[in-house]
Design a protein around this ligand. Structure first.
Ligand SMILES: Cc1cc2nc3c(=O)[nH]c(=O)nc-3n(C[C@H](O)[C@H](O)[C@H](O)COP(=O)(O)O)c2cc1C
Length: 170
């Protein structure tokens, strides 16, 4: 598949087959994450991957869709140990994590896997479940698994509404 086709095919998968994701596929996802760019090439991302049924169930319970997410083959907790703020005033932690996670989501799509970003979770409970130290930021969770639904058409604004050239014209 060419990249734009993969991007078009990715969607938030909220229905999974109760089936593990093969280790070799997980390895490919984290190879995609590893190769993501990061500010100053700090690579300050750490991924805790829940594949054990009990750990996944515990994690799913502290999200907004426990019944859906617990069935995914894996739930990734994407963490950052950076508190660096760039000259532009933006923190690198969430930005670098977002890029790496989207690499994972696109690679997963290419492998026939579904993903869903999860920002609706109880941070302290995730920290306890996964034994993540207090000085590490838990930025996002992401499910990965074999879809039990079919890809949805993206609902997006037309390009004219989101892009202008040379000066702000919105
Ligand atoms: C940073 C971020 C956080 C999100 N958090 C959640 C979430 O907690 N639960 C959920 O079901 N979907 C979540 N989503 C998925 C979005 O709702 C979804 O990407 C958006 O509606 C567009 O749909 P699509 O991904 O199917 O194209 C999140 C997406 C992003 C990028």
């Amino acid at each position: 598949m060419v990249l734009l086709d993969i991007i078009r095919k990715r969607y938030s998968c909220r229905s999974y087959q109760q089936r593990p994701v093969e280790q070799e596929k997980l390895d490919q996802l984290f190879e995609a994450a590893r190769l993501a760019p990061s500010a100053k090439n700090t690579q300050d991302w750490r991924f805790v991957v829940a594949t054990d049924e009990q750990v996944k169930r515990q994690l799913a319970t502290v999200t907004n869709r426990p019944d859906v997410f617990e069935k995914a083959g894996a739930i990734i907790a994407a963490c950052s140990n950076s508190d660096y703020i760039m000259t532009c005033g933006q923190p690198i932690g969430p930005i670098d994590i977002a890029i790496a996670l989207e690499h994972i989501a696109l690679q997963a799509t290419e492998l026939g896997l579904g993903t869903c970003w999860i920002g609706s979770f109880e941070t302290q409970k995730v920290r306890t479940i996964l034994a993540i130290p207090d000085d590490i930021e838990i930025i996002e969770l992401m499910t990965v698994g074999y879809p039990a639904d079919t890809p949805k058409q993206p609902n997006r604004e037309p390009v004219e509404k989101i892009v202008c050239y040379d000066k702000w014209k919105f």
